[in-house]
Write a protein that binds this ligand. Structure first.
Ligand code: ATP
Ligand code: MG
Length: 60
């Protein structure tokens, strides 16, 4: 997935990072209309917080 052209979503990125790393949330669902950017945001969040984890697993 090409993340080089990823715009905006800084508030969402920070909110999700806080939930995952700060609050140690174990399950988060991203719900929104089709094609709005859920998958790209999830990839970006994982990339942004990868240093906080030993492993990251992707399942489709
Ligand atoms: N923040 C963004 N900046 C630039 N392009 C984006 C951004 N978010 C999404 N896109 C682009 O919009 C398209 C749809 O994004 P994505 O596949 O993440 O949507 P989705 O919500 O997961 O869709 P679906 O509901 O079909 O799974 C992709 O081509 C993606 O690159
Ligand atoms: Mg998707």
């Amino acid at each position: 997935m090409n993340l080089s052209r990823f715009y905006g979503r800084s508030t969402e990125l920070e909110t999700l990072s806080q939930w995952i790393v700060g609050d140690r949330a174990r399950l988060i669902t991203l719900l929104a209309m089709g094609g709005i950017g859920k998958t790209v945001l999830a990839v970006k969040v994982a990339e942004h917080n990868q240093d906080a984890f030993e492993y990251i697993f992707w399942r489709q």
